[in-house]
Design a protein around this ligand. Sequence first.
Ligand SMILES: [Zn+2]
Length: 415
Amino acid sequence: MVLKPASELNIKNILEKLNTFNSDPKNGTTRILFTKPEIEARNYIKEEMKKNGLTIREDSIGNIFGTLKGNNPDLSPIWTGSHIDTVINAGMFDGMTGVVAGIEAARLIKEAGVQHKRNIEVIVYTSEEPTRFGLGCLGSRAMAGCLSLEQAKELKDEEGKSLTEVLESLGYNLSEFHKIPVKKGEVFAAVELHVEQGGVLEALGLPIGIVKTISAPTNFEVSVKGKQSHAGSTPMNLRHDAFLVCSEIALELEKLAKESDSEDTVATVGQVNVLPNASNVISGEVHFSIDIRDSNYEIKCKLVKELMEFVKELEKKREVIIEMKQINDDVPTHSDDKIVKILEEACNEKNIYYHKMVSGAFHDSMMVGRFAPIAMIFVPSKDGISHSPDEWSDYDDIAKGTDILADALLKLSNS
Ligand SMILES: [Zn+2]
């Protein structure tokens, strides 16, 4: 192949520098959307993009596009990229690895001086993590036409500031918000490199995963109103214990997920807020989260329907009020066969062994897949750990993934 191998050192340097933009450096990496470190990281990445010959533009939700011009810029472009925001006390690889690999791949293509027809665009998608506004994939969601200006106004952070207020205060032009959605056909192909965030590749001893399907989440915020009363003087048969309602729902959810016809079904109650949360008081109110994911949308819908029926019965049985607020109901994204084939060819040419797999975590590609053919490259995560300061991926694996990415981008840009 005409391209030189990716530089592990370049990748390491950019990732380490990026990691200095961090609200809580003692506890891993914290970089939340539009906080000072996140804005500084954006500026740093834009500088790196410019240094590598990319031209920069930004849309009005802050998605950053670094473009490597092709010979025929009128053709629809090839996209790559990921995100640079994190959850609280995360690691330095989730998201950032895909952005850095994209920049490195663009550098390799540019420095090789090879002809490529289509523009290659490295993208930083705004806020893949739901950390600040409670909803993930903000940038790519807006691109997919699934986040309107009105909805953005409704999204509030912990301080009550809306996404639109924050965007406006940073100088983003909200009158251009309607220009964010991307129509089908406007992007020729999109390939995202990401750390696996699970232990499959490590267990197999393989450096590369090629994603067949991205599982998609359905999320609920649930509120249970029972009756708060004394833990000593209220007999068992007179109780309306909100916590037990939450417990029953959590156990039913586990059962439904385990009995599901899809082997990729997972369901989690990850956040529970019990009121008044006192040892001698029967809880009167519980607020909790439900997160259901699957690679098969129909099976996921069936599970949600069964859960709803269970909840209805439970409400009657325990004489409580249960409110289920659905936050999102996303559709799994399947990778494009042609792009997957190109990735497989690139691996075979380099004698790199790979594994075709499902992504249990969602990524920006899930939303991008609504308007463009997508595929993803995974590199192994040490011990399968992610969203933790212990998150780690080896630089030589990332470099291998970057080589595959660069080959694929070049091939796609000439097709
Ligand atoms: Zn990520």
